[in-house]
Design a binder for this molecule. Structure first.
Ligand SMILES: C[S@@+](CC[C@H](N)C(=O)[O-])C[C@H]1O[C@@H](n2cnc3c(N)ncnc32)[C@H](O)[C@@H]1O
Length: 419
């Protein structure tokens, strides 16, 4: 390592670039590095952005966290309650005695798929199964703009600043692609998460949640809350003792070909989940339903015209989701049905669909998410909601589907490969 530069990381200035030639890790000196417990080290990139290793070995009661990102994103993260008020995430990673009781599953070796999580008692829809803070976070843009000779040492430095137990847990994760060990851990295990003001996509590694295997019609669902820096996993249907607990690694609405391609490319296995093993005619029928879901959802997100069939279309969307066993994405069907019946001024149906939407959105995005809260308002007081007897855009007041989709995307990152 060379090129020690006299600059605070908080003021990462162009002078850093004058400190020497690549390959190079710059060590920022001086200044207040709080909340980081090691002096951040940085590398240049072809875009002009700097990427640094920001680590805090005390994060989440000593679990630690290592983040390789830009100083701007690190500053945003440092303001989060999880860093600014550590008590707000006290007990978050307690696997042995979580508030909801001992774990309802155990990790076991499984033929042909490494380890997996097997239920040891009956679990009901909505039960929390796990919550965890990430150990390792890497800005995805770095893979295109930082030379490996700089990127890999920076990542290894970050991992070596984690507490030993956390580092070993991270390095012991499943790998499948070969090459650099940290890259392979990320390739096999990282979830996507958006951080910073500009919502840039990062790899988020959560070593315990990573042990859940994949199913295209899973019985569990995860979402990440950037404020608590915590990923939550809930059951999406009742699960019985001996069943494997599974999450979806891809987009829930991918067709058979899209699922097979994405899973093989990113995780190196051929998906043999129940829906992928159906006979060809049933796979075609499922793909057709997924196509209808996409068309209906787009139509229902369009508030520029109010079709007289809006409520029927929304209920058809719900039926299609249910036929597809998409027990969590059906939340957007419930939401569309609640809004559609509010437009028609039908109080009883509006409240019934809004209640279903609140329950499903709580599993999909969490109870504090703005969509969940808005649907709660609609359920309690439909006549004062902006959708009540809504006639069209001339009256204003409906948030467009486009806007909401951005929020949903941020709230529901999916597993993905970064190569
Ligand atoms: C995030 S890890 C999941 C946990 C992993 N089984 C372990 O032992 O830690 C992803 C890897 O698990 C395996 N895997 C996950 N779901 C699978 C499935 N449905 N069928 C076969 N292998 C699967 C693949 O090797 C994949 O690359």
């Amino acid at each position: 390592m060379k090129g020690l530069c006299p600059a605070s990381y908080l003021h990462l200035v162009p002078e850093l670039y004058k400190c020497g030639a690549s390959p190079e890790i710059f060590v920022a000196r001086g200044g207040d590095h709080s909340p980081w417990t090691s002096v951040p080290q940085c590398v240049p990139s072809t875009t002009g952005a700097r990427y640094c290793a920001f680590t805090n070995k005390d994060f989440a009661e000593g679990r630690g966290i290592a983040i390789v990102t830009t100083p701007a994103v690190a500053e945003e993260l440092a303001k989060k309650p999880a860093f600014a008020d550590p008590v707000s995430i006290a007990g978050m990673n307690d696997l042995v005695n979580p508030p909801w009781g001992p774990p309802a599953y155990e990790m076991r070796p499984l033929a042909g798929r490494g380890f997996g999580m097997i239920a040891n008692r009956t679990i009901v829809r909505g039960e929390r199964l796990m919550q965890e803070t990430p150990s390792f976070i890497v800005d995805r843009d770095m893979f295109d703009s930082v030379a490996d000779e700089n990127r890999l040492p920076l990542q290894w430095n970050a991992v070596y600043q984690l507490p030993e137990v956390t580092r070993e847990e991270f390095l012991a994760l499943h790998k499948h692609a070969g090459g650099d060990e940290i890259d392979d851990v990320m390739r096999t295990n990282a979830f996507g998460a958006y951080y910073g003001d500009e919502f840039s996509l990062h790899n988020n590694v959560l070593p315990r949640i990573s042990r859940f295997n994949h199913d295209c019609r899973p019985n569990a669902h995860y979402y990440f809350d950037p404020d608590t820096m915590t990923q939550y996993v809930h059951a999406v249907r009742d699960i019985y003792p001996g069943e494997e607990i599974l999450i979806n690694y891809t987009d829930s609405e991918y067709t058979f070909a899209q699922r097979q391609h994405a899973i093989h490319l990113s995780w190196g296995f051929n998906c043999t989940c129940s829906i992928c093993r159906q006979p060809a005619d049933q796979i075609a029928a499922s793909d057709d339903r997924l196509g209808q879901i996409a068309v209906l959802r787009d139509a229902l997100n369009d508030w520029t015209t109010i079709s007289p069939h809006r409520a029927q279309d929304a209920e058809l969307l719900v039926a299609l989701y249910e036929m597809e066993r998409l027990h969590v994405p059906v939340a957007s069907g419930y939401e569309a049905a609640a809004y559609a019946w509010a437009v028609r001024g039908d109080e009883a149906r509006t409240r019934m669909w809004a209640a279903k939407a609140v329950e499903a959105m709580t599993i999909l995005y969490g109870g504090d998410h703005e969509l969940t809260k808005d649907l709660g308002v609609l359920m309690r007081d439909p006549k004062n909601h902006r959708t009540w007897l809504y006639k069209g855009p001339q009256e204003g007041g409906i948030e467009s589907g486009e806007t909401r989709q951005k929020g949903q995307k941020e709230a529901e990152p999916s597993k993905w490969s970064f190569f």
